[in-house]
Write a protein that binds this ligand. Structure first.
Ligand code: GDG
Length: 739
């Protein structure tokens, strides 16, 4: 049976030390209750902070806690000192990441000391996980407190399935870039196999940040990091629907509902439930209540607004300030509108038991959920699930992740108090028929994608990524494949090498002219070519002048401009593959120029029979947009000409139709009966070469991307090593680690 290790800042159980010794209290949080019930195939172990600082307990108590947590709660503690809690939890997590990720840059603290503690505590978590992890375990890391942990774990547990889920929003790049430690945080998360977010928007923000800061390209949510596929996907967290939808059925609940109804009398109830947090929009919401009571006086004495506020992060200054602002505003509204016998705002600053919470959900006519930013917001879903008579209205902020799923709610901009006030009126006047219609659709949706489904979906996806990684690994040139290739080479007498240049024999450089062949590259090509059994051909998109300048003293064949020009090793001059025209160049030149003028970092390369738009140093998102426009426009313009528009690696090339590297390669493959053929390339243009090889030919794609090639290597350095092994015979095998 596979074992699941959940890692989060807090354990689902809280340890308290009082006069009577140690006490264990289970948390009621959504995730905590959910994990126990989900996925039968897994036995779970939870790792996290038990809620008591290490200074408060003795060594003996530490041992006792560790043992009890394991025996009774399948949990393993990470003990944190007071300093760590201060700097890591209240500090970097809640003074840096939380405000910035919720779009409060002015509340964000950038402090190197807090960051160092964040790194240290992540490393402590890593040690704790490694102490208990076993091969085959799946590790699921939760939330913004532990963004560095996946990469730390990956270094020591390279094969393990590691997932990460972010419960809060991932901000847009413009916000994320403000962090001095932005790259480290992204790299930390990328240690995973699967990274989950609540909404598509957050996932896009994350991928954009990876693109802009690390140059990482995502394709259908997948990217290659080191040699691993990493997947980004959407998993909107669900709730334990059953628990909330049946919450009114017990005797205790019925009593609670009856007693609450007696207290509110015939009045309509508007309910809000949040942790006390500036992201939850409490002030704007109270402002909306004030406007509502002013603008629609007919509702005075007819409504009660109940605000449950759970204390949170009381050590952080912004929370203390907010608390006093709320107190003042509540006092102001109650003072201004209240009468003998009617208090408009019932404000509770404490946590209430589950039975009372759900009873409140059930008696409320309106659920008012107006965070300024919220990863998801579970209260919105819980209200919908609990209100089984369906005669309620949910007013929901468009800034909550939940808005993506609960479209039948009355959606509001939480900064627009006037709008909230007006929507309150609409909600209070909505017909039962309309309410039931809206609630039915929402209940349908959230009952289906509940917390169990959410977790199961995450597990399924992580397994799929692992499968994908295995398929990829099977194609990699591993020791077995290397040995096979080298043996075949040794046994053959007529050998053909078809080698791409940029990205294959040399790595990419920011300017094409900088990518000159290294002495090592020239040396290995020279030595390979010196063996009379070998024929080496460089098949490149470069112009023939450049190839001539770099390789003319080598005894090799060359192909320039993706197959326009050919030069056999024994020929004195270049020849054109077929008579071609290039008069079209002058017509298309102004169009390329127009794009280059508007796209900083791009430039035009002119070859004899092609025009190339290069964009490798263009800001990636601009490049993506411009390239689409450029390809569309030029494809349209060239539709009547015998031209093709071809996308390559950071280039778009316009050239004569029917000319490609594959066709050029045929000039060599068809020349004699080679008993060994090896083609290597990194680009889409090299796929044409791979496609024309005879069955016994071997092909290698540089880069771990899908390809027609039989094998993949990761980078151009691997190509050089492989070629060195060929030319140096047995000593090469030793060097290559095969013999
Ligand atoms: C983070 C993200 C995301 C509240 N008061 C009482 C009480 N609660 C329970 C609610 C709900 C939970 O606490 C609050 O969840 P939220 O989703 O609203 O907010 P965060 O705590 O900020 O959670 C958030 C979530 O992670 C999950 O991914 O949705 O966006 O910020 O379950 O019912 N429970 C009880 N008494 C209370 O007084 N018993």
């Amino acid at each position: 049976m596979k074992r699941l290790i959940i890692v989060s800042n807090r354990l689902p159980v809280n340890v308290e030390k009082g006069r009577g010794g140690l006490a264990y209290k289970e948390s009621v949080g959504g995730l905590a209750t959910a994990v126990g019930s989900f996925y039968r195939d897994y036995s779970s172990l939870w790792i996290g902070w038990p809620g008591v600082s290490s200074e408060k307990i003795t060594k003996a108590e530490r041992d006792e806690i560790t043992q009890t947590l394991m025996e009774r709660y399948q949990s393993h503690p990470v003990f944190l000192s007071k300093k760590a809690i201060d700097k890591f939890y209240y500090g970097f997590s809640n003074k840096t990441l939380w405000p910035l990720f919720h779009y409060f840059p002015l509340n964000t603290v950038y402090d190197e000391r807090l960051w160092k503690n964040y790194v240290k505590v992540n490393a402590d978590f890593c040690t704790a996980v490694k102490q208990v992890a076993q091969p085959g375990d799946m590790i699921w890391v939760h939330d913004y407190h532990l963004m560095l942990l996946p990469q730390m774990l990956r270094e020591d547990l390279p094969e393990t399935s590691i997932g990460f889920f972010l419960h809060i929003p991932f901000p847009s790049f413009e916000l994320f870039r403000l962090l001095p430690w932005r790259k480290e945080l992204l790299e930390g998360m990328l240690g995973c196999d699967l990274i989950g977010f609540h909404t598509y928007e957050y996932a896009v923000h994350f991928m954009q940040s990876c693109h802009r800061l690390l140059g990482l390209e995502f394709n259908m949510g997948q990217a290659i990091v080191d040699d691993r596929i990493v997947k980004v996907d959407i998993f909107p967290i669900g709730i334990d629907y059953e628990k909330f939808s049946t919450s009114g059925e017990t005797e205790e609940a019925k009593k609670e509902i009856k007693s609450l109804r007696k207290k509110v009398k015939e009045r309509s109830v508007i309910l809000a439930v949040d942790r006390l947090d500036y992201s939850k929009g409490l002030l704007k919401r109270l402002e909306a209540i004030e406007i509502f009571l002013k603008k629609y006086p007919e509702y005075r004495e007819k409504v009660i607004f109940i605000q449950i506020t759970v204390p949170s992060r009381e050590h952080v200054d912004h929370y203390k300030i907010l608390k006093s602002q709320i107190d003042t505003l509540v006092g102001k509204i109650n003072g201004q509108f209240g009468t003998i016998g009617w208090v408009p705002v019932w404000y509770l600053y404490r946590s209430i038991p589950f039975s009372r919470l759900t009873a409140l959900y059930q008696i409320s006519d309106v659920g008012l959920v107006t965070p300024l930013r919220d990863g998801m917001n579970l209260v919105a879903k819980e209200y919908v699930a609990a209100k089984q008579d369906k005669k309620g209205v949910l007013i929901l902020s468009e800034m909550a992740g939940a808005a993506a799923e609960l479209g039948e709610a009355l959606i509001v901009n939480p900064n627009n108090s006037e709008e909230i006030a007006d929507k309150l009126k609409i909600a209070l006047e909505m017909t039962d028929e309309e309410k039931i219609k809206r609630f039915s659709s929402m209940q349908n949706r959230i009952s289906h994608y509940n917390i169990t489904k959410w977790a199961a979906d995450f597990f399924l996806q992580i397994d799929k990524v692992k499968e994908l990684q295995k398929t990829m690994a099977m194609k990699e040139v591993n020791d077995r494949v290397k040995k096979k290739l080298l043996t075949k080479y040794a046994d053959s007498s007529r050998r053909l090498f078809l080698l791409d240049y940029d990205g294959t024999l040399v790595p990419f450089a920011d300017k094409p002219e900088k990518a000159v062949p290294s002495p090592a590259t020239l040396d290995v090509l020279r030595k390979l070519a010196a063996d009379k059994r070998n024929e080496v051909v460089i098949i490149s998109g470069r112009d023939k002048e450049t190839l001539k300048a770099w390789f003319s003293d080598l005894d090799i064949g060359m192909v320039a401009e993706h197959g326009v020009w050919l030069k056999a090793r024994d020929a004195g001059s270049w020849k054109m593959i077929e008579p071609l025209s290039n008069t079209w160049k002058k017509d298309l030149w102004p169009i390329l120029e127009y794009y280059v003028d508007r796209t900083p970092g791009s430039f035009i390369e002119e070859k004899d029979f092609s025009l190339v738009l290069h964009y490798r140093t263009v800001e990636p998102e601009l490049a993506q947009r411009r390239v689409r426009e450029f390809v569309d426009e030029t494809t349209h313009l060239t539709s009547n000409l015998a031209l093709q528009v071809m996308e390559g690696n950071k280039v778009v090339e316009i050239k004569n139709q029917g000319i490609n590297k594959g066709r050029a390669a045929r000039h060599w493959t068809a020349r004699e009966n080679w008993d060994f053929i090896l083609a290597i390339g990194d680009d889409v243009t090299d796929e044409d070469v791979f496609s024309i090889l005879p069955e016994h030919g071997c092909s290698i794609k540089v880069g771990l991307r899908p390809s027609l090639a039989k094998y993949n290597v990761e980078r151009s350095q691997d190509v050089l090593l492989l070629l060195t092994a060929f030319e140096s015979g047995n000593s090469g095998l030793v060097k290559y680690g095969v013999k």
